[in-house]
Design a protein around this ligand. Sequence first.
Ligand code: UTP
Length: 472
Amino acid sequence: MSDMPCDFDSTMKRLEACGQAQVLSGWSSLDSSRRASLLNQINTLPLESIPELVAQCVLSHDHGGGSKDLSPPEVTAPGPDEAAELAKRGEEIIRDGRVAAFTVAGGQGTRLGWGGPKGTYPATPVSGKPLFRVFAEQIQAASDHWNTRICWYIMTSEANDSATRDFFADNNWFGLPRTQVMLFPQGMMPCFDAESGHLLMEAPDRLAMSPDGHGGSIAALHRSGALEQMSVLGIDTISYFQVDNPIAPVIDPVFIGLHADPARSSGEMSSKMVPKISSGEKVGVFCKVGDCTEVIEYSDMPEDLQEKRDQQGRLVYDAGNIALHLLGVEFAQRLCNSNELPWHRAVKNIPWFDQASGTHMTPKSPNGVKLERFIFDALSLATRPAVLEVERSREFAPIKNAVGNDSPESCRQAQSNLYGQWLESHGVNIARNDSGDVLADIEISPLTAMDASQLDSTDLPKAIGPADRILF
Ligand code: UTP
């Protein structure tokens, strides 16, 4: 929030200085309360930085991906002994209460088309447990297992904050200590006209705004007081995951151990990767750009590099980003102070209010620019980030689309496959189809087992048939 005085003259001066005086062109038609609310909204914006933002991010079309000096990243793919060693280090850190869980849940979930916040979506194959409950159970199970306190931070958005809070309250905070769960909204950015770079109005007395992306989580952690609270509580590691991936291991000792190993990481930021399924899979990939590790988005990666293979025929750039990261609390604080995360432009159809004609416009083609920050851009600002290879089937089954890939159906199948595999490792016979998918619906609550090793063999059936629906 700006400290600037909230009156017409001073606001107009600031707007003129940044080339956005048109925002107040409908002033004479507004009553006093609408005038106040418009001035108030304008003065929450960092107006002085707008000219540079417009020049560099709104009107510039440069993607930059092609000209970079790219090479594949260094990836850690530990064998069983090394993983056990890393896990030992990670478990000490977890037991000491130094790790917090952090869910980003501010997205609009447009592709899924669910009426409420995405975290309320029923995601599991048998009980239809909502995503938020799945994570709550993981946090409860990890707290019990390592006999520690795990705080849970959840970033919402202006649009879904109150519905998310109501859901947690209605569910009695999923049995977690109320003081260990903190919700806070992410920031908003103004929308711009794609041709002129002018701020778009949503109504005569309101600018059009949109959420500032998952990278906005760094500033939101700071603004909400979460980072400060973490420091006070002795938390130095943030386990970042997205709300749409129910099999994301929220607290992973191997990953935490790697992140904390001074020989391999500065402890600032670490990320997980899975090998891409095919060259055309639409995920960002980890790359080395000069000396920095970065994620390059699918759309920014030149096609020849997407297809490039080594002598064994493997894709050279196959390190897919699955949005599981660890961030040091001090690093997050530094990122916030330096405000260095770049903005990315997305050109969209943005409904707007035309002050000249006094009409609400609904564009049929892209007319405006939304600006977002991406969390993975923090990687290039970290010293010696570590990238850990993990198994897709164990860690990544996001719900993005209503049908097809990355849909509720594919996610439920991935869960049944995963839990079927855990049971098979204990000798249970599981019916599968020709493609190897488990035929039954199987669900294992994190409160029963966080991985296959925690299942108690004596309690398990000998076989699970194709039509069974099994909940452990
Ligand atoms: P997605 O990129 O999948 O976007 O977000 P989305 O908004 O959820 O879905 P679509 O694109 O509208 O269909 C990945 C993760 O980042 C969070 C989302 O909640 C999800 O966990 N996110 C995204 C935010 O928290 N804030 C944002 O501004 C954007």
